[in-house]
Design a protein around this ligand. Structure first.
Ligand code: HEC
Ligand code: HEC
Ligand code: HEC
Ligand code: HEC
Length: 175
């Protein structure tokens, strides 16, 4: 009985810690990254690259004629820009600003818990524990969450070729 209670206490604690950590990670929106990540010496020029990329227009594109046709072909009863079937890949954080489309946080993690600490190199470990993700430009896996056969317009995905279109970096090797 005693062991059982101890095990139960451990399980509850672990879940509590994990759940609180997960609950803390809220999306803050791309506008919160702009001030530092569009100044070369501060955070690099990643915001400027993103702003011009297809990702920043991923919601917008759902209002196009092409999107309408794709949605019709799929038999959707609602407009593409209002259909969860399309929004799931075309919008990162509907509760912040869906017009931003696929934002920084789609790839770098929901930022609420790391935003205020990640800008100092000595905080790297803390920021990572708080949810900061830095994927590698050589790893296509994080991209393939959306770039896959489930995308009605999918025509294949070659990492080097696609990364070249959105390539960005931190302050030391901007963009
Ligand atoms: C107050 C300024 C500031 C804001 C606001 C800011 N950043 Fe940063 N960020 C920095 C600086 C400075 C660095 C470089 C830190 C370093 O050299 O380790 C950085 C580094 C990063 C890195 C690379 C981390 C690493 O370990 O290589 C990512 C990813 C990142 N920021 C994402 C974001 C996202 C996403 C947002 C918005 C939600 C954001 N940042 C907002 C200043 C900022
Ligand atoms: C589609 C996914 C994706 C989006 C969107 C994205 N990034 Fe990145 N980001 C990456 C990948 C992948 C790398 C790692 C590149 C590498 O291996 O050199 C990276 C690297 C970075 C780095 C440099 C990290 C380092 O240690 O060199 C910073 C800073 C950064 N991103 C900030 C941002 C900000 C700010 C935004 C939004 C304005 C953003 N990123 C949008 C995928 C993304
Ligand atoms: C959250 C979903 C999501 C993730 C993750 C994602 N993308 Fe995208 N990506 C999209 C959507 C949606 C579009 C189409 C936007 C449009 O046409 O306006 C797109 C378009 C693009 C485009 C322009 C169209 C094309 O195919 O040439 C490039 C390049 C691209 N993504 C690269 C990447 C890379 C590289 C990664 C990983 C580092 C990545 N994406 C991760 C959703 C995502
Ligand atoms: C599994 C993720 C995913 C889903 C679900 C998804 N898309 Fe996309 N969509 C993407 C990606 C990634 C791209 C960019 C590369 C490509 O075409 O695969 C894209 C590109 C597009 C484009 C631009 C095509 C072009 O050639 O420039 C349109 C239009 C579009 N999607 C419409 C839709 C509609 C409408 C729906 C819902 C019926 C939808 N998508 C569902 C991931 C998705």
């Amino acid at each position: 009985m005693r062991t059982f209670i101890v095990v139960l206490a451990v399980v509850v604690t672990v879940c509590f810690v994990a759940c609180v950590a997960a609950a803390e990670n809220k999306f803050v929106g791309a506008a919160k990254c702009k001030s530092c990540h569009s100044v070369e010496k501060m955070g690099g020029l990643s915001y400027k690259v993103w702003e011009k990329s297809a990702h920043a227009k991923a919601f917008e594109v759902l209002k196009s004629k092409e999107a309408e046709e794709v949605a019709k072909k799929k038999g959707l009863k609602t407009a593409a820009a209002e259909s969860p079937e399309c929004l799931k890949c075309h919008v990162t954080a509907a509760d912040v600003k869906k017009e931003d489309g696929v934002t920084c946080e789609a790839c770098h993690g929901a930022a609420s818990a790391f935003l205020s600490i990640h800008n100092k190199p000595e905080n790297k470990e803390k920021a990572t524990a708080a949810g900061l993700v830095v994927p590698s430009k050589d790893d296509s896996k994080p991209c393939e969450k959306c770039h896959n056969e489930e995308s009605p317009t999918f025509k294949g995905f070659k990492m080097a070729e696609k990364w070249a279109k959105i390539a960005h970096a931190g302050p030391k090797k901007s963009p």
